[in-house]
Design a protein around this ligand. Structure first.
Ligand code: PLP
Length: 415
């Protein structure tokens, strides 16, 4: 299928660079200083436009690059089977959802998706949200309130951090995967009404995994709710592809499973899954579900198709993880630091934000898209280039990337 956007050629923006723009209104003139400070600290963010479908390659601002910068782990983002499922649903149900799920936005396509998710995760029920970000903020703020204690891993995703803040409960941040520290902070939760432990299962910035068995044990010991975010694990880990909870055999000890439809499932939206009563209760309490329009039925149908593909094509996740292990091994043999990553996300720590940007730019010159990750996504001084692997990558692609990155870092160390 060859398709083109109506506006296939995007005209240049009227003001391409900040210097060309009209002066800011007085009430906003501080923004110019703020932007200048970001620029001089190497923290200014690029504004890129992607053209066409992405897969093994991506066209960014007119440059075709090997794509190591997308969360399309199973290679379904450009898959025509998802496009067809979406078109069929759009034809049957129209495009817009029209209202929040609570009112009239919950279509048959959403109902099928929630049932498919519950089946995949082998739980009673699931609830879908317009984004994974909304699923986390809404679920955390529903489960915990001002009288409660929340324990959160220091490297949790921003949506978990914001959900904890939104709850207005007391938040204890424990060092990344440090179970002794978690035990200690839970012991200090005092008279909190509820205790909630919340963690990513696969950490998005460093490709490490949460120690789920230990977390379950601590949750039991401290009578805490255990909520996990499987955003980067759904579709990738577990015999059925449901995530790290399945892979580690921890389903009985995890009370709340959140995930996103936007990464390996190549659609959009988020979900929470678990006990039927909890899901029904969330329909009364999760504000981003109650007060936000459901995502379009076509998106839900594409996600449902992707879930079917996860079941039908288990070789994709297996091959992805084998290639990821080989790739990490090659980098380690080349003397690079992959910061303890054990998944399809492979960070290469560079240090200063500016240096990470420079390494990413050199990789782009060599035809490889590997984004620089800088504060606030990672701590200051720990900026990195992050490789996100996809099933589409060949062994030759990964050898090329490993060789190029190693020689760029060696050049920099020698200069
Ligand atoms: C760990 C984690 N949780 C949640 C999200 C948010 O998901 P979504 O992109 O669907 O809003 C992300 C996305 O970057 C993530 O990495």
């Amino acid at each position: 299928m060859t398709c083109r956007l109506d506006a296939a050629v995007i005209p240049p923006q009227p003001s391409q660079s900040p210097g060309d723009a009209a002066p800011l209104p007085a009430a906003l003139d501080w923004i110019a200083d703020d932007l200048a400070a970001l620029r001089s600290a190497g923290l200014e963010r690029p504004h890129r436009v992607r053209s066409g479908r992405q897969g093994r390659e991506v066209d960014l601002d007119g440059q075709t690059l090997l794509n190591f910068g997308s969360n399309d782990y199973l290679g379904y983002a450009g898959d025509v089977r998802l496009t067809k499922a979406a078109s069929k649903a759009a034809c049957a149900e129209g495009f817009g959802a029209g209202a929040s799920p609570l009112v009239s936005g919950h279509s048959q396509a959403h109902e099928l998706l929630e049932r498919a998710l519950a089946d995949l995760l082998a739980v009673d029920a699931a609830l879908t949200f317009p984004s994974g970000f909304a699923a986390n903020t809404a679920t955390i703020a529903a489960l915990a309130g001002p009288d409660d204690f929340l324990a959160s891993d220091a490297r949790n995703h921003a949506s978990i951090i914001d959900g904890c803040r939104l709850s207005r409960g007391r938040v204890g941040i424990y060092p990344h995967r440090d179970m002794a520290a978690l035990d200690a902070i839970l012991s200090q939760a005092g008279s909190a009404r509820r205790r909630l432990i919340v963690t990513d299962t696969v950490f998005s910035m460093d490709g490490t995994v949460a120690p789920l068995a230990d977390l379950c044990e601590l949750a039991r010991k401290h009578r805490a709710i255990l909520m996990v975010d499987e955003a980067h694990a759904t579709g990738v880990f577990g015999a059925r592809g449901s995530g790290l909870v399945e892979e580690t055999g921890c389903a009985d000890g995890v009370h709340v499973r959140v995930g996103t439809l936007s990464k390996a499932l190549a659609a959009a939206g988020g979900f929470v899954a678990g006990h039927a009563d909890m899901i029904h209760w969330l329909r009364h309490k999760a504000r981003a579900w109650i007060f936000s329009t459901a995502h379009p039925p076509a998106v839900a149908a594409a996600a449902t198709r992707a879930i079917a593909l996860v079941s039908q094509e288990p070789h994709r996740r297996r091959e992805l993880l084998v290639r990821a292990a080989d790739f990490r091994q090659t980098l380690l043999q080349n003397g690079l630091d992959v910061a303890g990553a054990t998944t399809q996300i492979v960070p290469i720590v560079v240090g200063a934000a500016r240096d990470a940007v420079a390494v990413s730019a050199r990789l782009a010159e060599a035809g490889l898209f590997v984004p620089a990750i800088r504060p606030p996504s990672v701590p200051a001084g720990k900026s990195l280039v992050r490789v996100s692997l996809s099933w589409h990558h060949t062994a030759a692609d990964l050898d090329r990337l490993a060789g190029t990155i190693t020689s760029i870092l060696r050049d920099r160390a020698e200069s």
